[in-house]
Design a protein around this ligand. Structure first.
Ligand SMILES: Cc1cc2nc3c(=O)[nH]c(=O)nc-3n(C[C@H](O)[C@H](O)[C@H](O)COP(=O)(O)OP(=O)(O)OC[C@H]3O[C@@H](n4cnc5c(N)ncnc54)[C@H](O)[C@@H]3O)c2cc1C
Length: 425
């Protein structure tokens, strides 16, 4: 362990941003306390594969404590931080009167789904942020197939085998593509009464193209791919209501009990307790060094922050944005001890990519654009490399190769739904 320098740093959130800050500070003698609601770090880019029965949660999650086992000045604690006292410089977890003091506070608590002012939709339109969300979506999807097999009514069979994904960003596109693969290939021979190939998968997007942060030609390619895979893409379509029975899009109504929400995010509510400068997505509008406008010892990073960098580029809410912000903030805090002036963050765009399905993806790296098989292989390599644990890299690689040749999805377990309580059939 490096010699302690007497400064306490408290980090809220063990995601990409929080872990990146903690690693760097620990090596410079800071006493770091890292709080997370959960005991594990989640590799969110592969959550959709858990939700669609390709991977199990343990393959994309890793205990935060184990990540820091060699850094004894990082104390990892489970706790949902609900109170921050800026005057006393301390935080408190939910249902606890214990206070944890800091010299520096880093808010890296990520984001949740937002339903554009309609929180009641959440009951039916489930979002995907945690392994728990992914398991819920997986079980509901698998159980819907079971109901489609069992029902006596064709109308109900249609309802049970209809999926609506709201939002055609990377998560929505990945989910739609993966569900299409499940229904058209993976389970196609598994039922007797229900022809899973007739399932309807609808991807609803409010803007005029899918993956609208990508160049138009890549968006168009992705849309074409999705349609070839059997996904119905509805553009310029705004969801006006979501109920137990289905989704309303203007005058159109789609009957379904499988709605997946990938349309909007709102940053952690904790942000409002450290700054008044908050944008409409709940992110903190921070200084160029990620500190809050009110207090140079409090930083908001990752999905919690809204910042245009030194070159005028909006720092994107993606893993690289979070990792780079974490390392940058650690550097500023280390610099404070040496009386160095704070710097301004510049985002380094390493490229972006989204997968659509087997052998189909799009990627933009520098000025180069890729699609199809090459982009898909690139996507796979990058995602394997960024998984935290070596064992998981091997397991995920093995599962992908097996599934590539067999089209099968191994993790089709239903654990919580009880068929005997279901009256719908
Ligand atoms: C389904 C999905 C797919 C994605 N795909 C990609 C992709 O392909 N490529 C890409 O670059 N990015 C992708 N992203 C975005 C990327 O994952 C996020 O930008 C990134 O995780 C943000 O990192 P973060 O550290 O800010 O937040 P997170 O990684 O969300 O971490 C926040 C942490 O804070 C904890 N926390 C929250 N509130 C509290 C509290 N009150 N007390 C204690 N702990 C708390 C949470 O438990 C969590 O562990 C995807 C995101 C999702 C949801």
């Amino acid at each position: 362990m490096s010699k302690l320098n007497g400064k306490k740093v408290l980090i809220i959130g063990g995601g990409f941003a929080g872990c990146s800050t903690a690693k760097k500070l620990a090596k410079h003698g800071f006493e770091v306390t890292l709080f997370d609601k959960r005991n594990h770090h989640v590799f969110q880019p592969l959550l959709y594969q858990v939700a669609t029965a390709m991977l199990s949660p343990a393959q994309i999650a890793y205990p935060i404590r184990s990540m820091f086992r060699h850094l004894k000045n990082v104390r990892v604690l489970i706790g949902n931080i609900t109170r921050i006292n800026k005057d006393k410089k301390c935080v408190q977890p939910k249902r606890s009167n214990q206070e944890f003091y800091y010299d520096y506070l880093i808010l890296a608590a990520g984001a949740r789904h937002s339903y554009f002012g309609n929180p009641e939709w959440e009951k039916y339109a489930w979002g995907l942020k945690t392994t728990r969300d992914a398991l819920k979506i997986r079980e509901r999807m698998l159980y819907s197939f079971e109901k489609a097999e069992r029902t006596r009514f064709e109308e109900k069979r249609k309802k049970f085998s209809t999926f609506v994904i709201v939002g055609a960003g990377p998560t929505g596109v990945e989910m739609a593509g993966a569900i299409a693969e499940v229904t058209k290939r993976s389970i196609a021979d598994d039922f007797t009464q229900f022809d899973s190939k007739t399932s309807r998968i609808v991807l609803v997007e409010g803007s005029d193209r899918v993956l609208n942060r990508y160049p138009t030609e890549l968006s168009d390619k992705a849309k074409k791919d999705l349609e070839q895979m059997g996904v119905e893409v509805k553009l310029n379509a705004i969801v006006s209501n979501v109920t137990k029975e289905g989704v309303h899009i203007g005058d159109d109504f789609i009957e379904t009990e499988n709605v997946i929400w990938a349309a909007g995010n709102t940053a952690s509510p904790l942000i409002k307790s450290v700054t008044e400068h908050v944008n409409r997505m709940g992110q903190a509008e921070v200084n160029p060094d990620f500190s809050t406008k009110e207090d140079p010892s409090i930083f908001c990073i990752g999905d919690c922050a809204f910042l245009e960098d030194a070159k005028g580029t909006l720092v994107p809410a993606v893993a690289q944005g979070a990792i780079q912000a974490g390392a940058f903030v650690a550097k500023q805090i280390i610099g404070d001890l040496q009386n160095k002036p704070r710097g301004s963050f510049t985002y380094y765009d390493k490229g972006s990519m989204a997968t659509i399905g087997r052998s189909r993806a799009i990627a933009k790296v520098g000025g180069l654009k890729f699609s199809g098989f090459i982009a898909w292989v690139l996507w796979g390599v990058v995602h394997i490399l960024f998984l935290v644990d070596f064992r998981n890299k091997i397991l995920v690689f093995f599962d992908w190769v097996t599934s590539y040749f067999t089209h099968k999805r191994a993790v089709r377990l239903i654990n919580t739904h009880r068929a005997d309580t279901d009256k719908e059939n």
